[in-house]
Design a protein around this ligand. Structure first.
Ligand code: G3I
Length: 362
């Protein structure tokens, strides 16, 4: 047998040592090398949980607090993935005169939303309120008003083509008794101003979702019946409409009946339309004892939305009582003026958590 040279023995020893290194290293660890465990105790945000349920969770936003309040934007982008332009895309703030479009503030919000992975709801193209004086301080002929509204919708929607996910094309055109609101558009152009607005919006951005948006029509009543009939007619005639926004501005003492809201959403979705809760707030007297009831109302409406496949977004009208349009003392939102979460916030988290447990996504 050939004698092994010292050289070969050394080589063999070296191979054994190299093979043993991983074993020696492993003994230094307590158990298998484990990845740092993902933090499981960090509560998920509304945004994270809603994404897991396939709906968007949004809120109305003004530029001022985004710019000036250091606590505002971090909470907004943590909890919401849909931003509604509260005022800056309304005709009044947008058009100080007939030849001027003041887009700077809307551009700021759309840029902010995009840089934070948020979709944008453009609010609103045709509304009787917050109109500029040049629209109301004189009368226009039918052809003049038709040109004005067509030019407005085309200019605004084309500017944000591909950047604004959904538009409130026409806002609050129906009265409580179900008749059409006698606004300047109806008086000048006649009732088909509504469908014309949707046609012009579709032509300006074929991919944006187009909504009719209103208040006081969440449950079953003369107003919601009239809106249902109107959008049913639109669908049957091929007027380009994608959904109905239920604003959900409610009072803690007289919330809509959840079963009636569910029935209304059901009949609208049977038309093939999306239905979204677009502006929820729950007005209180400011008495903290009302906070639990307020939380139950928020939770009930989100549960109804989650149970309806056609309900694709749930939005509040602001998120902190600090900036609500209703006045801070009415405490209508999810966070108090110091940005502390209220029972309503935890109630929404709980609904989204329970929904996740009940039917994990496929
Ligand atoms: O920007 C001006 C400011 O320059 C001026 O100094 C100040 C005082 O006159 O007014 C400011 O404009 C105000 C605007 O909000 C922005 O803060 C208007 O006066 C005020 O009327 C306007 O109120 C808005 C209201 O719509 C108008 O009806 C609210 O912020 C807004 O939250 C509210 O939102 C509506 C939705 O668009 C439709 N659904 C109902 C909802 C609540 O009313």
């Amino acid at each position: 047998m050939k004698r092994w040279s010292s050289h070969r023995l050394l080589l063999l020893l070296l191979c054994i040592l190299i093979a043993a290194i991983p074993l020696i290293a492993a003994r230094g660890q307590s158990g298998p090398a484990s990845r740092a465990a993902a933090p499981t105790d960090v509560p998920k945000s509304l945004r994270d949980l809603a994404a897991g349920r396939g709906i968007l969770i949004g809120t109305a936003v003004e530029p001022l607090p985004v710019r000036a309040d250091p606590d505002y934007a971090p909470l907004l982008t943590r909890e919401f993935n849909l931003l509604t332009t509260e005022n800056v895309l309304k005709m009044g703030p947008l058009r100080p005169d007939i030849t001027t479009y003041y887009f700077e503030e809307a551009d700021f919000l759309v840029d902010f939303a995009e840089s934070n992975g948020m979709k944008v709801r453009g609010h609103t193209l045709v509304w009787h309120n917050q109109l500029p004086e040049w629209m109301t301080d004189r009368t226009y002929t039918t052809s003049e008003m038709t040109w004005i509204v067509n030019d407005h919708i085309t200019t605004v929607v084309e500017r944000y083509r591909g950047r604004i996910w959904a538009w409130d094309v026409v806002n609050e055109a129906v009265l409580d008794d179900g008749s059409l609101r006698p606004n300047v558009f109806l008086q000048t152009m006649g009732p088909d101003y509504i469908e014309k607005a949707f046609e012009w919006a579709r032509a300006a951005d074929p991919d944006a979702l187009l909504f009719y948006n209103d208040f006081g029509a969440e449950a079953l009543n003369a107003k919601s019946d009239a809106i249902y009939a109107m959008v049913k007619d639109f669908v049957e005639r091929g007027v380009p409409i994608d959904g109905v926004g239920l604003q959900m501005h409610v009072d803690v003492n007289s919330p809509p009946n959840p079963a009636d809201v569910a029935s209304n959403i059901m009949r609208l979705s049977a038309l093939g339309l999306q239905v979204q809760i677009t502006e929820m707030d729950v007005r209180t007297s400011g008495d903290p004892s009302e906070a639990e009831r307020q939380a139950q109302i928020y939770a009930a409406m989100l549960e109804i939305c989650l149970e309806a496949p056609a309900c694709t977004a749930f939005e509040t009208w602001g998120f902190t009582d600090k900036y609500t349009w209703l006045g801070t003392q009415t405490a209508p939102l999810l966070f108090d003026p110091l940005y502390d979460p209220k029972p309503a916030f935890f109630a929404l988290l709980d609904v989204l958590n329970r929904a996740a447990d009940q039917s994990p996504l496929p």
